[in-house]
Design a protein around this ligand. Structure first.
Ligand code: SF4
Length: 388
């Protein structure tokens, strides 16, 4: 006898970076950006990261079809003006125009002229410094991966589905090329964490529109989990080879700004980073003698590449641990949504947990109740220090 057709079941669909890592950055900001009818007017982190991804993907495809020699020019279109004429197809300014137009069509724009300028500066460095080392290793670019996980809600809370779906995008490298290529910072970083690369395995790569986090910052651990989760998603694709390592490329390290350099100086001083300049080297001298507000020093390419590239080994236990962490995040998001639906209040049910840089760039800081949001408001006066 035929069974009655079951009701169609909803499977919530989560993006690892767009949803889970955004929620971990700040639950309330995530809710306002993604859950409300009002789209964010300046989704800054989203624009910057997606701009870098878009430029690198287009640059890779151009390089693959007709490899123009590096360095590629970067004649960017001035802010709110017409594009310059006579630019080559591989001019990073031309690539940037297409990527900017695609993002603008999705409502994503840079929040300021300065941010756009720094995005082009970093995109130019990424193409001309990372590109020559990365592009020859890529087996497949912008691989889309998808997988499902069980969704188990806490006791007393009804799940809206039994599963959730997770997706992500990554570049994939082959262990054969990575193992055999010499004089390459990316291969060196991978071989340092997996000295005996098995033949036929894969290495996954993703870009971060950020600086290398301090090793005691939550972003440090979250970056590792992201790679583990991507590796698990990759393993769920048909005919997938095992993933033995993952690489994050922190693009901002190629051209640090004032804030990033100040952070690096503090991280080195307090032992909160795994990549420091060699003591007594020129990079060491430049970093120690720099003072905030002074010109950004010209660090060596070798040091900047070491800071930008982070490789982590992938194993079954490390993937299982990361999966458990992300399962918890999905349960947290679903629980916040359920409580909001029950009580009709947003602020009371989504955690406002942004750190200072996140709040500084947040559209919702004007009405957000968190202390970090108060510090990000124009005209904020810090309380007077306690006097003895
Ligand atoms: S101001 Fe800060 S705490 Fe408030 S929503 Fe924005 S990021 Fe979150």
């Amino acid at each position: 006898m035929l069974e009655r057709r079951r009701e169609r079941e909803l499977v919530p669909n989560y993006s690892l970076t767009g949803d889970l890592l955004s929620f971990m950055r700040c639950g309330l900001q995530y809710r306002y950006q993604n859950g409300s009818a009002l789209p964010p007017s300046r989704p800054v982190q989203m624009w910057f990261g997606e701009f870098i991804h878009g430029v690198m993907e287009t640059a890779y495809r151009l390089w693959k079809s007709s490899p123009p020699a590096f360095p590629w020019p970067c004649t960017k279109t001035p802010y709110n003006a017409n594009p310059p004429s006579n630019r080559a197809a591989h001019d990073i300014g031309v690539i940037g125009d297409v990527v900017e137009a695609t993002l603008a069509a999705a409502g994503k724009n840079p929040r300021s002229r300065d941010l756009r300028d720094s995005a082009y500066e970093r995109a130019e460095r990424a193409v001309n410094e990372i590109g020559p080392q990365l592009f020859p290793l890529v087996q497949s670019a912008e691989e889309r991966v998808i997988g499902t996980r069980p969704l188990t809600m806490p006791a007393g809370m009804k799940a809206r589905a039994r599963m959730y779906e997770l997706h992500g995008i990554m570049d994939v490298l082959s262990s054969v090329t990575v193992g055999a290529t010499g004089n390459n910072a990316l291969c060196d970083a991978v071989r340092a964490v997996v000295p005996n690369l098995p033949s036929g395995a894969e290495i996954i790569v993703d870009y971060k529109g950020a600086a290398r986090p301090s090793t005691n910052h939550p972003y440090w651990k979250q970056g590792d989990w992201q790679l583990q989760m991507y590796a698990w998603l990759r393993s769920k694709q048909p005919n997938a080879a095992p993933v033995v390592a993952g690489v994050l490329i922190y693009i901002n390290e190629l051209a640090l700004g004032q804030a990033g350099l100040g952070e690096l100086q503090r991280d080195v001083k307090h032992g909160r980073t795994d990549v420091k300049p060699v003591p007594g080297s020129r990079d060491d001298y430049l970093l120690r003698t720099w003072t905030p507000g002074a010109q950004i020093p010209a660090f060596s390419l070798e040091f900047r590449m070491q800071r930008a590239i982070r490789a982590v080994p992938i194993t079954d236990p490390s993937m299982t641990a990361a999966l458990a962490e992300f399962d918890k995040v999905v349960v947290d998001i679903e629980s916040c949504a359920a409580r909001e639906a029950q009580h009709g209040k947003i602020m009371a049910h989504w955690p406002a947990g942004g750190d200072d840089p996140t709040c500084d760039a947040c559209d919702f800081r004007h009405f957000c109740p968190s202390p970090a949001a108060a510090r990000a408001k124009p005209g904020y006066q810090p309380p007077a220090p306690d006097t003895p």
